[in-house]
Every structure is written in structure tokens, then in C-alpha cells.
Design a protein around this ligand. Sequence first.
Ligand SMILES: NC(=O)c1ccc[n+]([C@@H]2O[C@H](COP(=O)([O-])OP(=O)(O)OC[C@H]3O[C@@H](n4cnc5c(N)ncnc54)[C@H](OP(=O)(O)O)[C@@H]3O)[C@@H](O)[C@H]2O)c1
Length: 306
Amino acid sequence: MSSTTYKNVILVGGAGDAGKHILNALLADSSFNVTVLTRIDSKSTFPSNAKVVKVDYKDKNEIKKALTGQDVVISAIGGSAHFEKLDLTLIEASVEAGVKWYIPSEFTADTNHPRFSSIPFVSGKLEAIELLKKHQSRIAHTLISTGGFLDWGFDNGFLGFDISKHTVTLYDEGKNYISATTLPSIGKAVAAIIHHPELTLNKRIYIADASFTQQQALALFEKYSGTKWTVKHITTEDSLKQGADSVAKGDIVKGYRGYIMSAIYSEQGASDFRGKTSNDALGVKTVSLEQAVKEAVERNKANATH
Ligand SMILES: NC(=O)c1ccc[n+]([C@@H]2O[C@H](COP(=O)([O-])OP(=O)(O)OC[C@H]3O[C@@H](n4cnc5c(N)ncnc54)[C@H](OP(=O)(O)O)[C@@H]3O)[C@@H](O)[C@H]2O)c1
């Protein structure tokens, strides 16, 4: 079923890692009227066919004015916007502006999973969910769990694989499953979710290209890079302790990574969506782990020669 009720769509954070792929997918779909909301002082750039509205996020009336007439607000905010709890401001403004549907900036592991919800930095996302549930009679919501960013996480080493150095850090021997989604697939999934309110309104939707263990990914990295990799080991419990230590020392980025790795690679599987994904129901095609690894190795080679 395709929805005509939700035509006017506004995206916040449309130049971000996830946001630019969501924007591409929305702009490629002629059934949507797409607007991007951005900070008044943002240096972000957008495709020339995107309508862009700049606002001062400190001025709720200005935000409310920008959101009036919109059917759906999609938040793909990142970085310090979570610490500043921008989703809460945007949700309140959306309710006042009469927006019908709010999609908060989740795009990660299952924030409802105890291993993930206990991470200190996740509190902003949890508060947004609480606020959306409180306002559910006035505005619908959809929570999108994507697991790790598959292509992004391979390219920058976030998932433990260092392609340039042929080195991997295996968490708990690399035997537990995680689910992960490439950024283009996240974009397509967001568009499909808006087309299928009958499946997605007021629900958590799980999306994934692939579910795999680090050991499976390592075997593919060795195949496509044509060499044996160096393997390092850490337990998810040690990763958790290192995360807490780094935060205590003020290294938030390292600390954040320690917490996240501990949650997603643990046996409890905060990012294991096997048997729960909506890709088929929404018609969102998947990229296999093998394809994702092959392309990541190719990108790494191409970058090394530039
Ligand atoms: N699953 C994963 O592996 C993974 C990895 C990374 C992130 N994530 C999650 O995915 C979501 C999007 O993250 P991302 O990395 O794509 O985001 P990002 O690139 O860091 O930022 C997206 C946009 O947020 C806006 N923004 C940044 N700081 C802001 C601030 N202080 N105030 C207001 N707006 C601000 C900017 O938009 P303008 O310049 O247009 O204002 C920016 O382009 C987040 O919820 C994040 O937690 C998941």
C-alpha cells in the first residue's frame, strides 16, 4: 500500500552520514514534497533540488512555523544535537504545529534492549521515545532500529575491522551475531516506512542488510583482501570497563565506542535482529555481507591509490 496521506516530509540533519542517504531516497521518490530543516549557522550543503529551511533551534516558534503543514518529520540529527536534546524540542514543536508523524533519530541498535539502554549517551534517545509515547494521541511515531552502519562501520573501523592494516579486534571471540545496514539501505527503508503506515505507525521497525558474526566477516575480509589478518581479542566486559574509564578521563568518543561495542557484540545481542526485520514486508532489498565486505575492500584500495 502506498500512502498519499503523508506527502509533505521534512528531514532534519539531511547532510549527515545517515541523513544524506535518507535525503537522496526521499528526493528520488516523486510522491513526496521534501524539505530539509537545518541550523541557521550550519555549513552543511544539500543537493540543488532540495528545498532548505534554516532555523534558529533556540526559537521554538521559528521551528513551529517551519514545521506547520508538514505531515512527517524525520530526525537524522547526530553529534552534539543528542546532548542538546534537540529531538525533544522538535517533538514539542511538531505536536504544536499539527505534524502527523515523527520519526526520531534512532538508527542504531535496539535502544529498548537493556544492554543498550543502560549506555549513558543513549538517554537522549530514550527521552525522545518517552515524549513521543506521551503524545501518541496527537502525533504518531516510528522507531527505526538499523543496527550498525555496515558500510560506514567497515570504512572507518568502527565495527573492529581495520582494512588498511589487515587487523581485526574480535569481541568475545567474534562469535556473537550483530545485524547491520548500509547507509543507502537506511535511506530506502525510511522512504518505504512512510509508504506503509499500516505496518509502521507507532511501532519499532527493525531493518538490516545482513546479520553475521565477526568471525564470518573476518573470513570474507581475508578472502577479498587476499591475505591473512592479525587478530586481537577483547571481551565485551573489558570493552565496557574501558568505555567507562575513557568517559571518566573525558575522552567521550573513545568511551562511547567502548560502550557501544560492548553492547552490540555481547551474547545478549542488542543489535541482533535475526527473525525480526521488516525488509521483506516493506520491499527493501538487502545487501549481503559478502557484497558489503567486497565493496569495503574495493573502496579501501581506491582510497589508498588517491
Ligand atoms: N548505527 C551506527 O553505526 C551509527 C553510527 C553513527 C551514528 N548513528 C546514529 O545515527 C543518527 C545520525 O547520525 P549521523 O552520524 O548520521 O549524524 P551526523 O552526521 O553527526 O549529524 C547529522 C546532522 O545533525 C545536525 N547537527 C549536528 N550537531 C548539531 C547540533 N549541535 N545542533 C543541531 N543540529 C546538529 C547537522 O545538521 P545541519 O548541519 O543540517 O544542521 C548534521 O549534519 C544518530 O542518531 C546517531 O546516533 C548510528
